[in-house]
Design a protein around this ligand. Sequence first.
Ligand code: DX5
Ligand code: ZN
Length: 216
Amino acid sequence: MEKKKIIISPSILSADFANLEADIKKVEPYAPWLHIDVMDGHFVPNISIGVPVVKSIRKVTKLFLDTHLMIENPINYVEPFISAGSDLITFHYEACRDRVIETIEKIKSFNKMAGLSIKPKTSVDEIKQYINLVDLILVMSVEPGFGGQKFIEECTNKISQIRALNKDVIIQVDGGINDKTAKLCIEKGANSLVAGNYIYSANDIKKAISELDFNI
Ligand code: DX5
Ligand code: ZN
C-alpha cells in the first residue's frame, strides 16, 4: 500500500524570537512547511507577530509559509500577508462567520492556498458548507492563543467527520501535538500536523520531527 505523507509544520511560536533565523534553520532540512502564528490580542488573548516578521522570514527561508491568522477581520490582512510571502493563509471561521466565502475568494484571487480553522468548541456541522471550497481545514486541538497546552482528545472526532465529507482536503491539527497525539490524529485521517513545543524543546529536532510522521 502506498504510504501517506504527513506534512509537518513546525510552529515558530516556540522558537526564540531573538534568534528566529537560526531556529528556522534548525527545522528547515526536516520539514516542508513553517507554521507562523499571528495573534491580535482580540480574537485570542495573546499578541505574537505580524506582517513585517513574515516579510523578514521570507528572505531567509524557502520553506512553505503556513500562516495561521488568529485575528479579527482576517480579510483585511490577506493581501498584506501574501505580499509579505505567505503561501497559505488559514483564518478562523469564528472570526468572520458572515464573510467566510468572501475571505476564501480573496485568498484564491492571489492564487494562494486557503485554509479554514475551527476552535475546539466549534462543530464540523457549522463549516460543512465550506469544506469543498478550501485547500485545508485546521482543527484546533487546544484553545488558540498559546503554545505548550494539553491536547484535547475529543477534537480528533472532528478529523474523521471532515475526512468522511472530503477525501482530498488537507486536514491539519494544531495544539498539543507530540509523538503520541500525532498518531491519534493520523489514524483519524489528518495529513498535516503543527507542533511547536514538542519540536523546539527536543534535544534532537530531526528525530522529533520524524517521530510525528507515522506514515500509516
Ligand atoms: C496555538 C497555536 C499553535 C501553537 C502550538 O494557538 O496556534 O500553532 O504554536 O503549540 P504546541 O505545539 O506547543 O501546542
Ligand atoms: Zn497555529
